[in-house]
Design a protein around this ligand. Structure first.
Ligand code: FCA
Length: 327
């Protein structure tokens, strides 16, 4: 009798556990450093698509600085989220982010910007999806070189604005990729000028590039590259404000979200000649799906996925976006 009772009780408990496991909703967080930037809006949009398809809840939070990020992670923990994806405002917060995630029993993946440890090395234990930064930078450099040739420019008469954000490794890899191609095509190293931006937005890039243009007013033809479309758009706006005509400016960005597309839609061409379109679908949809698989099916994501890009210009962006499935 006693045995039967125990068995019944155990059975009942098992059923309860099973039911509550099923009832437990899967919740995934997606934190980004610059929620107003179209790239991040698109990442969220595609992550939402994954949530809809798989039936999990996506909690989106913008965190522009370290303090906001730390409280966002606590907030996710308090909401019963099981794992999150983050593009951090500062990669050096790496060890702190990992500790915070652990304290809240949250699985952690990063997107776009890879965490670094105290010695500046990438933290390889956290699954990451980023872009192939050097290659994409090289594609930017190649596009600039081709446009220079099409316009019949001599490399020695051209200045380059390197809109920089050197505290972010992917930003360094992107601009250095572009520079290597410029140099291989005869660009003079002394004509490449650093324009350090305080933030990774257009306004900060505009301010930084204006300083460079004013300091080297003797140069009449310019090219510009940087971390993203916002950086290059800032340099293009700076060129306009000092009276450089679009015919004397060649900017090529990275991203391909609305910031670039709206520029292409302007009736007259500006100095923003092209962008290497990267995939917010892969970075948003796929990371969210990977996290879902980790939380719901215990399938750990690949440790490192690097995505590619494709050059687009005013007359080709629609086709390129279609190819990438990001219309
Ligand atoms: C970084 C940049 C973003 C975007 C992303 C892929 O986070 O700040 O603009 O280019 O990488």
């Amino acid at each position: 009798m006693r045995f039967l009772k125990t068995a019944l009780l155990a059975g009942a408990l098992a059923v309860t556990a099973l039911v509550s496991a099923y009832a437990q909703e899967t919740k995934i967080g997606f934190i980004v450093k610059q929620p107003e930037e179209p790239w991040f809006q698109d990442e969220w949009k595609f992550a939402d698509q994954a949530a809809k398809e798989k039936g999990f809840t996506l909690v989106k939070i913008g965190a522009e600085d370290g303090e906001k990020l730390m409280s966002a992670i606590d907030n996710l923990g308090a909401q019963g989220v099981q794992g999150f994806i983050v593009c951090t405002p500062d990669v050096k917060l790496g060890p702190g982010i990992i500790a915070k995630a652990e304290a809240n029993s949250l699985k952690l993946m990063t997107v776009d910007d890879r965490l670094v440890s105290a010695d500046g090395k990438p933290i390889e234990s956290v699954p990451h999806m980023g872009i192939s930064a050097t290659k994409i930078g090289e594609a930017v450099g190649q596009a600039i070189v081709e446009e220079m040739k099409a316009r019949g420019w001599k490399p020695e008469e051209v200045g380059a604005i390197r809109v920089s954000y050197d505290q972010l490794p992917t930003a360094v890899d992107r601009v250095e990729g572009a520079i290597s191609v410029l140099k291989a095509n005869g660009f003079k190293a002394e004509n490449i000028f650093d324009a350090p931006q305080a933030k990774t937005d257009t306004e900060a890039a505009l301010n930084a590039a204006t300083v460079v243009l004013n300091a080297h007013a003797g140069l009449k033809k310019w090219v510009a590259f940087g971390l993203n479309d916002e950086a290059v758009l800032g340099a293009v706006r700076a060129s306009e404000s000092v009276g450089i005509a679009p015919a004397n400016m060649i900017g090529v960005g990275i991203g391909g979200a609305d910031s670039a597309i709206n520029e292409f839609k302007k009736p007259a061409a500006t100095g923003f000649v092209g962008t290497v379109i990267i995939s917010p679908k892969r970075h948003g949809y796929e990371t969210a799906l990977n996290m879902y698989d980790w939380v719901a099916n215990n399938k750990e994501p690949e440790k490192l996925i690097l995505t590619s890009g494709a050059l687009a210009k005013r007359d080709t962006y629609e086709a390129v976006r279609k190819d990438l499935g990001i219309e």
